[in-house]
Design a protein around this ligand. Structure first.
Ligand code: CDP
Ligand code: MG
Length: 733
């Protein structure tokens, strides 16, 4: 039996039938007015065909079906310079044929929604077209990206295409890293950075065009920007606003932006065979590895893209694949493994774009970043385990966690599409067709509806937006979540009882950090330990990947790590010790090697720390050091993180104090064997259990001393039973 997608063309181009709409057809592009919501139905006809352990289920076909892959001329054969070759590549992108129409549409309309398939050239080309058309004469073109890796890699590409040095005419700005200069006219930045820029320049006066790119990703910051830039555009008729998206739900964007016209152009797409597994997979990582190896051994050449939830999973699969390949020796062709995730150092990021040597195969292990933000040429096979890491937030308890979650059908379609960009391809879904049709949601829920809003609420308050319930949200967050964040900001002292920003709140808003971290820094002034606290904040900001554990030296690595924990009251202090030891060696790389510490992470921490030090000056906090007074440091931590307090239970687990929930100390914590009675934690991560990451022991009386408005004696009642011996070994309560 065979299965065909009967409505594939309509599916790819939902604008194909649009009788009721007043449209303007320009060549193949459609400029659509008065858009309204419309359902695109999945009219699939099922016929199955058995195939190894996959079933082949459908074929995604493109608008412009092309049988043969246009051969790329090589530099030697043409004798052209690399720069000329790049110019030719630019002209081969689908968007190139619509350059004039697009520029005309931008000229005629202040706000334009742009829809074009991933890889068609929206992100790299539109800013250049605008520059060529003179829009940079009176201001910058800013282009936002939800992901920092995308901002870095795309700007690097555009700088190359324009023949300029990155950071000069073309630059990027991401949190803690500004690679722009006076000269910069095309600025790529994360959506979060534009939000921060708004705090200093509320009318975005230095910009002539703002492109909110990857709008379909609907990240929290993008959603907030929608409301803000819409308002700015009304006040500034000279500002052009482009909202660009890879998916078809553009009507929603159009509706939101006062029925702005939609400019959609067809991409180039080759058919993609989609295979499902016949039975659910017990372990998606093992299944992914097996599938990659099967492809490598059985399928014709072409690169493979594997979607994994996060860095940890990518590193595990990379290691496992390398071992298996080593085991197979010279029996198989060369397999080049390239990981890509947000924290990957930029030198290594570039590797995924390097052409695969002849006869070899490249396998890219990527997070969701490769779903729409980055296009890697030459991918012919996609392996989709069906998961991504998603934030989830419980507004009732205020708990936020990062979960490995099934993706949506929309994501699955985007992932499959990655296989058909430069030639016909194949997508292996590591889940069953039944799962796909019955269990996956149609669309991913916008982040604003499943995240802690404290940080953006603080930003909005400092922008002078007081009535948040009236803010122009495309999809409003649950009101409990808004209220919860107002409560938290109140508890942290950032807002007063009237919901107005306090002096502390104003200072906190200057830091590009979570309000709890900002509070910890602001309070360190009082405890005279800002020097130590910004080191801790910087170390917390680089994420969990400070140590490395080479396979053959795991014991040494673990010993090195435990050295920093010995006698400690917590992980925060251990982080401080690591930072200070490194500083004492004059930031030595050798020292990092000897201690199994990632030198790159440390350099980044140093960078972040320098910036935090600059911000201290800006909010007039003196750098003061109190390194012998560990209690002062711990009290500063408590002042920021008191809502994250947990108490040890008889069975060795913990219970959070407010909104009780069972949690555990993460095994990587220095306190995981110590089990102190009271702890505050930096964050919760749900893997096999709900784990507290980065934990510090606290005294319950501090909670009353520091947060009397939040905790009452009864919350910390065993504070009185001082006879309890201080727990040092595994606790028996
Ligand atoms: O934004 P959109 O998905 O429409 O496409 P794009 O990111 O502008 O990508 C257009 C082309 O540039 C693709 O063929 C990419 O492979 C290429 N590109 C690249 O080679 N290196 C990058 N860092 C980014 C894009
Ligand atoms: Mg793009």
């Amino acid at each position: 039996q065979r299965y065909r997608d009967t409505g594939s063309t309509e599916k790819m181009n939902p604008f194909a039938e649009q009788e009721a709409w007043e449209d303007h057809q320009i060549g193949n592009a459609t400029l659509k007015f008065g858009a309204k919501n419309k359902q695109v139905s999945d009219n699939y006809e099922f016929v199955f065909e058995d195939q190894i352990d996959f079933i082949k289920a459908s074929v995604l076909a493109g608008d412009n079906y092309e049988d043969a892959m246009p051969a790329k001329p090589s530099q030697e054969s043409t004798g052209k310079s690399a720069f000329d070759m790049l110019q030719e590549e630019r002209k081969n992108l689908p968007i190139y044929s619509y350059r004039e129409q697009l520029l005309n549409a931008v000229k005629d309309h202040q706000v334009l929604i742009i829809v074009g398939e991933t890889g068609s050239g929206k992100t790299t080309q539109i800013p250049q077209y605008l520059h060529e058309a003179g829009y940079t004469k009176h201001g910058k073109v800013g282009c936002t990206q939800p992901r920092r890796v995308a901002a870095m890699s795309v700007s690097a590409r555009v700088a190359q295409e324009m023949g300029v040095k990155l950071g000069h005419e073309v630059g990027y700005s991401i949190r803690f890293e500004d690679c722009t200069s006076e000269k910069t006219i095309l600025k790529y930045m994360t959506d979060g950075m534009l939000l921060r820029e708004l705090l200093g320049e509320p009318d975005l006066g230095s910009y002539s065009v703002i492109i909110v790119d990857e709008a379909h990703e609907r990240t929290l910051h993008t959603d907030i920007l929608f409301g803000l830039v819409k308002d700015i555009a009304r006040a500034r008729p000279d500002l052009k606003l482009l909202i660009s998206s890879a998916t078809m739900d553009a009507e929603k964007f159009s509706d939101f932006f006062d029925h702005a016209p939609i400019f959609s152009f067809p991409g180039r797409r080759y058919p993609v065979d989609i295979c499902f597994t016949t039975a659910p997979e017990a372990d998606y990582m093992d299944a992914a590895i097996a599938t990659v190896l099967t492809i490598h051994v059985k399928e014709p050449l072409g690169d493979v893209l594997v979607f994994l939830p996060g860095q940890e999973e990518i590193e595990a699969v990379e290691e496992n694949l390398k071992n298996k390949i080593r085991g197979l020796g010279t029996k198989i062709r060369e397999l080049i493994i390239c990981p890509i995730y947000a924290n990957l150092p930029s030198e290594l990021q570039a590797k995924i774009f390097e052409p695969t040597p002849e006869g070899a195969r490249k396998v890219v292990l990527a997070t969701n970043i490769a779903e729409t933000s980055l296009t890697i040429d030459g991918i012919k096979y996609v392996v989709d385990p069906g998961f991504s890491k998603m934030k989830s937030y419980n507004p009732r308890t205020g708990m936020e966690s990062l979960l490995v979650t099934p993706i949506s059908k929309a994501s699955a379609t985007q992932r499959a599409g990655r296989a058909g960009r430069t030639s016909a391809g194949k997508c292996y879904r590591l889940y069953t067709a039944y799962n796909y049709y019955h269990d996956l949601e149609d669309n991913t829920i916008p982040e604003i509806q499943r995240t802690n809003l404290a940080s953006v609420v603080l930003s909005l308050k400092s922008l002078g937006i007081h009535n948040l319930l009236n803010f122009d949200f495309m999809d409003p967050p649950p009101s409990e979540a808004l209220i919860k964040s107002l409560e938290l900001l109140f508890a942290l002292g950032a807002l007063n009882q009237l919901g107005e920003l306090t002096k502390a709140g104003r200072r906190m808003a200057e830091f590009p950090l979570d309000p709890m971290l900002s509070k910890m820094i602001v309070v360190s002034d009082k405890y005279k330990c800002s020097d130590e606290i910004i080191s801790i904040a910087a170390m917390l900001s680089i994420g969990p990947s400070i140590f490395y554990r080479p396979k053959d030296k795991q014991v040494h690595a673990d010993n090195a790590m435990m050295n920093y924990h010995v006698g400690n009251v917590g992980d925060h202090i251990a982080l401080l010790k690591i930072y200070n030891s490194w500083k004492e060696t004059n930031y030595s790389t050798q020292w990092c090697y000897e201690n199994y510490i990632q030198v790159r992470s440390m350099k980044r921490a140093r960078d972040i720390r320098d910036q935090l030090e600059g911000l201290l000056e800006r909010v007039e906090i003196e750098v003061s050091s109190n390194s012998n007074e560990l209690d002062s440091i711990r009290k500063s931590i408590v002042a920021g993180f008191f809502p994250h307090t947990a108490k040890l239970q008889k069975n060795g687990s913990y219970r959070t104090v407010k909104h009780p929930q069972t949690v555990h100390i993460h095994p990587a914590s220095g306190l995981s064997q110590v089990l102190p009675r009271w702890v505050v934690y930096h964050q919760l991560v749900l893997t096999s259990k709900e784990y507290m990451r980065q934990v510090t022991e606290v005294k319950p009386e501090w909670l009353i001393e520091i947060a009397p408005h939040y905790y009452q004696l009864k919350d910390v009642e065993d504070a009185a039973s001082k006879k309890m011996p201080k727990t040092t070994g595994p606790a028996v309560v």
